[in-house]
Structures are given as C-alpha cells and as structure tokens.
Design a protein around this ligand. Structure first.
Ligand SMILES: [Zn+2]
Length: 358
C-alpha cells in the first residue's frame, strides 16, 4: 500500500518543501496565508470570494485539507477549522494544511443547508463545468482545491433536527481511507460508501483518501463536539507525521460500527428516552411518540444491541420518521452480513431523506 504520509496520489501532489501553489498564489515554505476561491457563478460585481486558509510547512509532507459547511447550516466544523489552522506553527509543520471554513458561503449566509436554488452541493461532486449551477460550483471547488489535497477531512453535523455523536463515516474497504479513519483515535467509525455525488465519495474516486467527520447538530456551535473534532484532527496530523503536539488523548483504538436507523411507526410528539452515546440492548425503550389529539402513545424499542450514535431532537414527527441511529459492532450485527466492510441497510433510502448527511 502506498504510504499516505509521504507521497500524494494526484498529479498535483506536493512533496517538496518548495512553494505551495494554489488558486494562482505561491505560498512560501514556513508561512501561513489566506487565499480566496471564487466559483464565478454569481452575478458580476456581487460574487463573494470564499476564504481559504493555508499553512505551508518548512518541510515536505502530505497536503491535508479540511472542508467545513459544505452544508451552510452546519457550524461546528467552521470552528474546528479555525482552531486547527491558527494553532499550527508553519515552521514546525511537515507538509501543508489547507482549511476551507465555509465552502457553501451562499447557504451559510441564509442559514441554509442548500444552495440558493435548493440544490444540495454535496450531491454534485465532482461537478461539471457546463452543468447546473451547483454542478459548476462543485467542479470549480474540486479542481481548484480538492485535487491539490493528498488527504481530505470533510466536516459535517447531523441534519434536520438530528444530532450525531462525533463519528467518522468512511469506506473502510479502501485501505488508505481506513488508515486515515483509524488515525483519529477515540472516535467511532461507521462504515459507509458515501452518497453518490458527495465530496467524500468523489474525492476517494479521484484517489484522495477522504473521511467525513460528523459531530453534533446543525444551526448550533457546540463546545464539546468542536473540542472532540479538533483533538481528532490533531491526532490525524500527528499520525501523518506532520506535526508533534502534546498528546492529550492517550491512543485508544477506534471502535467500528455498522449502523441502522430505527423509525417511528406512529406520528406525534417524539420524546427521546436515551442520550447520544448510550449503549442499548435489544428491546430497550429508545423513545415515545404520543398523538397530541388522541393521546395514544407508541413506544420505539431498539431492535438491536448497540450504541446510540445519532438521534432526532424532540419534535413532532410523521410515521416513518427516522428517529434513532444505532451503531452495531460487527460481532453484534444481527444478520451477520455486516462486519467491518458492511454498509448501510440496503433498504435505507439514504440520499433521499438526507440520513446519509454528508
Ligand atoms: Zn452535512
């Protein structure tokens, strides 16, 4: 297997300590700077440049890219990027760290997951130069920035009033992706090939080992989730041999899961009876749904032994609402078909209702 700590996969990969070239600029070794990416798909005169932070080390090494707010309402990753990029000393760094705090600036300004045309940017990678607006933006971002990366971490949160235990989504069938995921330490890893058109899947297809880090819920800044993400990213940077930082986390092995969603059969007011990260047994009460008109209450029971890795916040739901995301360790997989290389339940229309958030 190719060593992701040194050479990069793409033709543009940077392995020397020469200037780092991106977006028409040359970033000198041992310096940090701010660049601007401009998709060029807005009206002339009101196009908004999207900031790109670059820390280019004195010594050669990988090009690690951190992308956040591809969904404009997912805020935790924005703060993770800031903390990591401004903590790195370029004189001590081997390689380059590129941080794009807000990829979907148009969505962010409207507190929206989507682009202004309601398209999900994260279903349009790697994009197309002559496609839809979303596809053109994706194409520009993919070619101007993503292709310059040798390792990529895309930062997300749960979607639509759901929250996620900090977790990695990774296609562990790819050995290089598995190495990146394992490097985070202390973070749950959920096997997932990734939705078609997602940044992660397109980047992996282009030979760039990529994982998604999910932490918390949209529309909020959550201190504990941000802290977990920053520690995980620094553990990765350390494992890639790019930077020595005082280890604050020991190095417990990552825990692998396959996952299943548990849905509400009835509609009404959902109250969760478990908390994120809690271990549950088969048959254990996860939550209740009470019809506000008839006062009929239905219990949601866990069909599995596992751990709550994602859940809806309390809200009014319709029948069929995906309420609890249960991580199952491979030996606990009910059908035995999952294992570490299993994937989401085949009947899960992940992309349709955005359960595959990233
Ligand atoms: Zn997202």
């Amino acid at each position: 297997m190719r060593d992701i700590r040194s050479a990069g996969p793409g033709p543009d990969a940077q392995t020397s300590s020469a200037a780092f070239h991106m977006l028409g600029a040359d970033v000198l070794p041992g310096t940090a700077t701010r660049l601007a990416w401009q998709p060029g798909e807005s009206f002339a005169g009101i196009a908004v440049p999207t900031p790109v932070l670059v820390v280019h080390g004195n010594n050669s090494g990988p090009v690690l890219c951190l992308t956040a707010a591809v969904h404009g309402d997912e805020l935790n990753g924005i703060e993770m990027v800031r903390r990591v990029l401004y903590e790195l000393d370029p004189l001590q760094l081997k390689g380059t760290v590129v941080g794009v705090p807000i990829v979907n600036l148009l969505g962010f300004k409207r507190s929206s997951r989507y682009l202004p045309d309601r398209r999900d940017l994260n279903r349009h990678f790697p994009g197309n130069r002559s496609g839809s607006s979303a596809s053109r933006i994706a194409h520009s971002f993919f070619n101007e920035i993503v292709k310059r990366c040798t390792v990529l971490v895309d930062l997300h949160t749960g979607s639509f009033y759901r929250t996620n235990l900090p977790q990695l989504r990774a296609d562990l069938r790819n050995p290089e992706v598995a190495v990146v995921a394992e490097s985070f330490a202390s973070t749950a890893i959920v096997q997932s090939a990734g939705a078609s058109g997602s940044l992660r899947r397109a980047a992996v297809d282009a030979g760039i080992p990529t994982v998604t880090l999910e932490a918390g819920e949209p529309m909020r800044l959550q201190a504990a989730e941000v802290e977990h993400g920053v520690r995980g990213i620094f553990a990765l940077i350390d494992q890639l041999g790019m930077y020595r930082k005082l280890r604050v986390w020991g190095n417990p092995a990552a825990v692998h899961y396959v996952s299943r969603w548990v849905r509400a059969d009835g509609g009404g007011i959902l109250f969760g009876k478990v908390s994120l990260g809690q271990r549950v047994r088969e048959g254990e009460l996860l939550g209740t749904v009470t019809d506000p008109i008839t006062n009929v209450r239905a219990d949601i029971l866990s069909p599995y032994d596992g751990r709550v890795i994602g859940m809806a916040v309390d809200q009014v739901v319709l029948p069929g609402f995906a309420a609890f995301h249960i991580g199952i360790q491979p030996r606990e997989t009910p059908d035995g078909a999952g294992g570490p290389i299993g994937d989401e339940a085949p009947d899960e229309p992940a992309a349709k209702d955005s359960l595959e958030d990233s």
